[in-house]
Design a protein. Structure first.
Length: 182
């Protein structure tokens, strides 16, 4: 089971709550603290992380890998929060179509902004839903910071704020490129 959980996350539909968990009115075992879910023969609970907890908060700068791109949202595995690794692993993030750019929001096509495997820099916009944090790339310094060409495997270079290019094949692909200050 060993996954990162926050207070309120359902650990199991039924069962016995151990330390860091409680049973709600419907019999579900829910986390009462941040940490890693642990399952034992006698029940399920939450093991608190050692050291300071690093969890996303509204306004935090995050880096993550795009897992999949759908018509209305790109799903991201958050790997760093303000330059630090999150407690016990990653958190899920969602970049909705309306949160990609600050302008021309209606014309955004997500598959022209992100691809699975891209590394993005974003800001936490809100706590989102039970599954993920809502992220935004609607700023010049936010967007794709690393893209890999799917055939050559080479890191692509930014050629404009909307395009990256493979240094080997010369192929140009669309992305929402982050402005990276050297």
């Amino acid at each position: 089971m060993s996954r990162v959980v926050a207070p309120g996350d359902v650990l199991r539909d039924r069962g016995v709550a151990l330390e860091g968990a409680r049973v709600d009115a419907l019999g579900r075992v829910r986390a009462t603290t941040c940490g890693r879910a642990v399952e034992r023969d006698d029940g399920v609970g939450v093991e608190r992380a050692r050291g300071p907890l690093v969890v996303p908060r509204v306004g935090d700068d995050v880096h993550g890998r795009v897992l999949r791109v759908l018509e209305r949202a790109a799903h991201v595995d958050i790997a760093a929060i303000n330059g630090r690794a999150p407690v016990g692993g990653g958190f899920a993030g969602t970049i909705r179509r309306q949160d990609v750019r600050a302008h021309a929001v209606d014309s955004v096509e997500l598959d022209r902004c992100f691809r699975a495997g891209d590394v993005v820099r974003a800001k936490v916009l809100s706590l989102g839903d039970a599954r993920s944090f809502y992220l935004t790339t609607a700023s010049d310094e936010l967007g794709v910071v690393r893209a890999t060409h799917r055939e050559s495997g080479e890191t692509m270079l930014p050629v404009s704020w909307t395009e990256v290019q493979c240094p080997i094949t010369g192929e140009v692909e669309d992305r929402k490129v982050a402005r990276v200050d050297e």
